[in-house]
Design a protein around this ligand. Sequence first.
Ligand code: NAD
Length: 486
Amino acid sequence: MSDRKLYINGEFCSSSTGDTFANINPATGATNGIVHEAKAGDVDRAVQAAKAALNGPWGTMPQAERLKLLAAAADGIRRRFDDFLAAEIQDTGKPVSWASKIDIPRGAANLQLFADLTRNIPNESYVSDTPDGGKALNYAVRQPLGVVGVICPWNLPLLLMTWKVGPALAAGNTVVVKPSEETPSTATLLAEVMDEIGMPAGVYNVVHGFGPNSAGQALVQHPDVAAITFTGASATGQRIMADASPTLKPLSFELGGKNPAIVFADADFDAAVAGTVRSAFSNCGQVCLCSERVYVERPIFDRFVAALKQGAEALKYGPPIDESTGIGPLISKQHRDKVVSYYELARAEGATIVTGGGVPSLGEEWDAGSWVEPTILTGLGDDARCVREEIFGPVCHVAPFDREDEVIRRANDTEYGLCAAVWTSDLQRGHRIAAAMDCGLVWLNSWFLRDLRTPFGGTGASGIGREGGIHSVNFYSELKNVCVKL
Ligand code: NAD
C-alpha cells in the first residue's frame, strides 16, 4: 500500500491534522494506498519554507548550479523511469503504451528543456537619446516572481506538473505543488528525486489535498504566493481567479476545450481516420486537446463514420500494463457517472449512437473499475449540449458539412478555443483555415505533435497566457528595466 506524504522543507510529513484520503486505482477500483491531506496550516508551512529557500540557498545559488540541479532532476526521472511509470499507471489506469511513450519521457524532457533553454536567454538593452543631448543605457533584468503555486489536473499528472515546475525553477522561483487528489503519486516520487539529487530544502514542496476548503484554495489565497499556474477545468479557473483577486497575483490558466477536427474530402482518408481515432480516444478522451466535434465534408461522411467506428471498436480494453491495451478506464467512478450521463443526454437529445454509449462488461476485477465504451455520436444539431459542453471522455460527435466558410463558422461557434485539427491535401486551404480558427493551436494533417519550444495555450474559456519555451519563462519571471544616464 502506498503512503503519499506531504513534502515540506525537504521532509516527508503527515498533515498537521492527521487527515488522509484514499488513492484509488481506476482500472480495478482497488485502493492503492493513502494520501495525506494538507490543510491551510500545512500549506502555510510549505509557503514559508519556499520563501526561506528563495531568500537563502536557492536565491543565492549561481544560475548555472540551479540549472544543473534541474537537469539532475530530469536524469532522476529517467533513472527511476519504471517507478514513475508504475505509479502513473496505478493512479490513472492509463495504458503502458501511452504512459511509457508520453507521460514519463515528457516529464523528464520538460525539466531538461528549461535547464537547457534558460542558459541562453538574451537580455534586452537600448541606448537612447536624452533631452539634454546625451545618452542613456536601458537594460532589462529578469527576476523570479517568488513562491509559485502549481495546481495540476489528473489527466497527465507528471507531464503537466513538470511543464510548470521546470520553467518556474529555471527562472529562479521556488514552488509549492498541489497535485490532483486523484493522482498524488508522481509528484511525491519527484520529491524523492529532489531529495536524492540534493535539491535545497524548500525549493520543491508538495501539498496533497483537494480544491475548495482544502490545499488548493489555501494556496491560491495565500498572500505570500506570488503567482498561480493552473491547469484544469474552466469553472475551476473562474473560482481560482475570484479567490486570487484579493492578493492580486499573476495567473497562468490552461483550461478546458471542445475542440473541432475538420476533415475535407481531399484529405488522405486513412491518415485522417487514424488521426481522428487518436484525437478522439487517446487517454480515454481525457486530453484537453482531444477532438469532441468532428466535421466531415459530405461526400465522404458515411465512409468516414464507418471507418471511425471500426477504429473505435478496434481499441482493446485490457490490463494497463499489457502493451496491446489500447484504451484504459476513466479516472474515477464520479467522472464515469458524468461521462455516462452525457451518453444518456445524447440519446435524449436525439443522437444516433454509432458505437458505444455504455459501460463495458469486462469481468473479474475489472468490472469494479471506471471503464466506459468509446462512443461516436451523429445527428445532433450544433446547439445540442453534447456538441457544446466539454465531456472529457472517449466520445465525439461527427457532423457533415458542405462549404469551407460554413465549417469555419461552426468550428468557431464555441466558448472554448484550445485547438483544432484540419485534414486536407490542399495546403493553401489548410493555411487559410488555420488563420481563421479562433484558438491557440492548429494541427494540419496531424494531432498532438509537440515541439516544446512553441507557444501552447487557449483563447476564451480555454485559458489565459501561453506556456512553452520562452513563453513559460516570460510568465515565471518579472522584467525590470534599469535606465543609466551615460
Ligand atoms: P479540476 O479543475 O477539477 O482540478 C484541477 C486541479 O485544481 C486539482 O488539483 C484540483 O484539486 C484543483 N482545484 C479544484 N478546485 C480548486 C479551487 N477552488 N482552488 C484551487 N484548486 C482547486 O480539473 P480536472 O478534473 O483535474 O482536469 C480536467 C480538466 O482539465 C478538463 O477541463 C481539461 O480540459 C482540463 N485540462 C486542460 C489542459 C490544458 O492544457 N488546457 C490540460 C489538461 C487538462
